[in-house]
Design a protein around this ligand. Structure first.
Ligand SMILES: [Zn+2]
Length: 217
C-alpha cells in the first residue's frame, strides 16, 4: 500500500532540511536566493521587434533568451515549484530590459485555468508578473480572467483545444480603465497563441497599448 500524503510530507521536510540546489546549475545555492550568484549574473535581457505578437516591426517584447539550458531549467522550476525567490531574480532580470520609453503603467500576467490554479495553488506567470511589477515599481493588476472550458471545448482533443483559445480570455475593468500601456507577462512563449488571444481580448474592448515580457521563446 502506498501512502501518498505521508510521502509528500517527507519530501517537503527533506527539501526544507537539505541544502537547496540552484535550479540553473545544480550547485548549492548557499546564501543566494532563487539562483546562485553565477547563474543570476549570467542572465541577459533583450528587446525584440519581430514576433507573432506584432503585425508591424517595432520593439514590443522583452525576453531573456531561448528555451534551453539554464533558462529552460529555471522556467521549469518556476512552473512546478512556484518559488518566490526564483520569480524575484527572473523578474528583476526582465525588468532591466523594459525600455522606460514604453511608459508602462501596470503589469499583468496570463491567467491560468481556474481548475488548474486550484490544483496548483499558484500561477507561476502571475508570480513572475508580480516580481516584475515590484522591480519596476509599478502596480500589478489582474487584466484578464480565463473562462472555464465550455462543454464544446471539453469534447475536443487536446491539440484542437490548444488551438481554440478564442473567447478564452475576458478583460477586466481595471485593465480597460488603465489609460496607458500594459505589460503582459507569461513564462514561455512558443506559438504565441496564448498571448495573441489575450491581446485580442483586450483590443476587442479598446485596449490596444500592450507590451509583452516572457522568460523564453
Ligand atoms: Zn547556478
Amino acid at each position: 500500500m502506498t501512502n501518498r500524503p505521508v510521502t509528500a510530507v517527507v519530501q517537503k521536510l527533506l527539501r526544507a532540511l537539505l541544502p537547496r540546489a540552484c535550479p540553473g546549475c545544480g550547485e548549492s545555492l548557499g546564501h543566494s536566493a532563487g539562483l546562485c550568484a553565477g547563474c543570476a549574473a549570467s542572465l541577459t535581457v533583450r528587446v525584440e521587434s519581430h514576433s507573432m505578437l506584432s503585425n508591424t516591426v517595432r520593439p514590443h517584447l522583452v525576453v531573456l533568451g531561448q528555451h534551453k539550458g539554464l533558462l529552460r531549467r529555471a522556467a521549469r522550476e518556476l512552473k512546478y515549484s512556484g518559488h518566490r525567490d526564483l520569480a524575484g531574480v527572473l523578474g528583476q532580470a526582465l525588468a532591466r530590459g523594459v525600455p522606460p520609453g514604453w511608459g508602462i503603467q501596470a503589469v499583468s500576467a496570463v491567467p491560468m485555468h481556474p481548475e488548474r490554479q486550484r490544483q496548483r495553488h499558484f500561477n507561476h506567470a502571475e508570480m513572475l508578473g508580480r516580481a516584475l511589477a515590484d522591480a519596476l515599481e509599478l502596480p500589478y493588476l489582474e487584466a484578464l480572467a480565463r473562462r472555464r472550458h465550455t462543454a464544446q471545448q471539453a469534447r475536443k482533443s487536446g491539440s484542437e483545444r490548444s488551438g481554440n483559445l478564442e473567447g478564452a480570455f475576458v478583460p477586466l475593468p481595471e485593465a480597460l480603465e488603465l489609460g496607458g500601456p500594459l505589460l503582459l507577462v507569461d513564462d514561455v512563449m512558443t506559438t504565441g497563441a496564448t498571448l495573441i488571444a489575450c491581446r485580442d481580448a483586450l483590443a476587442d474592448h479598446g485596449m490596444e497599448q500592450v507590451y509583452y515580457a516572457v522568460l523564453t521563446r
